[in-house]
Design a protein around this ligand. Structure first.
Ligand SMILES: [Cu+2]
Length: 306
C-alpha cells in the first residue's frame, strides 16, 4: 500500500511539474532551459509545423517499435526450443511477403506527404515586409537592413557588458530587431568561412557561405527575445557568436528604426569600431597550438614552390 501511495504522490508531483513547466514554457522566451527535453516553444508558423511533424513522426516510430517488440516477445515465448521442439520447415509465405513490402511503402508515403509539404512551406518565401542581411564573421555577426541604411555589428555580451537578466553566452550588445507578425526575409552570407544562422524557436537554420547569398524567412508571432547560435563549426570562437533577435511591436520597432538610423548609419561608419573590439578574445593556449600549424603550412607551401 505504501508503494502505491508513494507512486501516486510521485505521479501527482510529476504531472504538476509538467503542467507548470508547460505554462512557464508558453510565457518564456526563446532560449534553452535546464532539464529541457523537448524543443524550445515555437514562435513562428514554420516552427509550429516542424513541431507537429516531429510529434507525428514520434507516434509512427513509437507504433513501429511497439509492434516489433510485440513480435519479438511472441517469437521468444512461443517458438523457443522448449515450447516448440520440432520447428516447422516453412520458408515462404506469399501473403506475408506482400504485406511486409506494401505496408512499409505505405508508411513511407504517409511520412513523405507532410514532409514535402513542410519543406515547401519552409523554402517558399512569402512576400517580405522586411529584409535583413546577416553576415557571418570570425567571430561575430553583422546585420544590414537593405534600403534602410543601417549596418551594425553584434558582439557577444560578456562579463560586465552582460546586463542583468541577459542569458550567458547567448546575449549580444546589439540585437537584431524585427517587428512582430511581419514576414522577415533573412539573407545570409559569410565574410570569411562558412557560418550558419540558426534560431531554434523560429525553426530556421541556414548556412552563411562566402560568395553566396542564402535566403530564409520567419514570421515571429510573439514579442520577446529569441536566441540562437552560429551552427557551423567556424573556428576558434565558434561558440562566441550568438544570435539575439528582439521581436517588438510595430510601434516600438519604428522608434528603434529611427534611433538605429542615427546610431548605425551605414554611411557614418559608426558600426566599424566595434569590429576591432571583437578581435582580442585572447586564448593563448589555442594560439600556441595554431602557430606550429601555421608554420607547417608555410613549410608545405615552400616545398610546393620548389
Ligand atoms: Cu560561425
Amino acid at each position: 500500500m505504501l508503494v502505491l501511495k508513494r507512486l501516486n504522490a510521485f505521479l501527482v508531483t510529476l504531472s504538476v511539474t509538467v503542467l507548470a513547466g508547460g505554462t512557464a514554457a508558453l510565457a518564456a522566451t526563446g532560449q534553452p532551459k535546464p532539464w529541457e527535453i523537448g524543443m524550445q516553444p515555437a514562435a513562428t508558423p514554420v516552427m509550429q509545423n516542424i513541431e507537429w511533424f516531429h510529434s507525428f513522426l514520434m507516434w509512427i516510430i513509437g507504433a513501429i517499435a511497439v509492434f516489433v517488440l510485440g513480435l519479438l516477445i511472441i517469437v521468444m515465448v512461443r517458438f523457443n526450443a522448449r515450447a516448440n521442439p520440432v520447428p516447422s520447415r516453412t520458408t515462404h509465405n506469399t501473403f506475408i511477403e506482400v504485406v511486409w513490402t506494401v505496408v512499409p511503402v505505405l508508411i513511407l508515403v504517409t511520412i513523405a506527404v507532410p514532409s514535402f509539404r513542410l519543406l515547401f512551406f519552409e523554402l517558399t518565401i512569402p512576400k517580405p515586409d522586411l529584409v535583413v542581411k546577416a553576415i557571418g564573421h570570425q567571430w561575430y555577426w553583422t546585420y544590414e537592413y537593405p534600403g534602410k541604411k543601417i549596418q551594425f555589428t553584434s558582439l557577444i555580451a560578456e562579463g560586465k557588458d552582460r546586463k542583468p537578466g541577459q542569458p550567458r553566452l547567448l546575449s549580444v550588445d546589439n540585437d537584431l530587431v524585427v517587428p512582430v507578425n511581419k514576414v522577415v526575409e533573412v539573407e545570409t552570407t559569410g565574410a570569411d568561412v562558412i557560418h550558419s544562422f540558426a534560431v531554434p524557436s523560429f525553426g530556421i537554420k541556414i548556412d552563411a557561405i562566402p560568395g553566396r547569398l542564402n535566403k530564409t524567412w520567419f514570421k515571429a508571432e510573439r514579442v520577446g527575445m529569441y536566441y540562437g547560435q552560429c551552427s557551423e563549426l567556424c573556428g576558434r570562437d565558434h561558440d562566441r557568436m550568438p544570435i539575439a533577435v528582439h521581436v517588438m511591436s510595430q510601434k516600438d520597432y519604428d522608434a528603434w528604426l529611427a534611433m538605429a538610423q542615427k546610431k548605425f548609419s551605414a554611411d557614418s561608419g559608426a558600426a566599424r569600431p566595434a569590429v576591432a573590439a571583437a578581435k582580442p578574445v585572447a586564448r593563448p593556449a589555442v594560439q600556441a597550438v595554431n602557430k606550429p600549424a601555421a608554420q607547417a603550412v608555410k613549410v608545405a607551401a615552400a616545398g610546393t614552390a620548389q
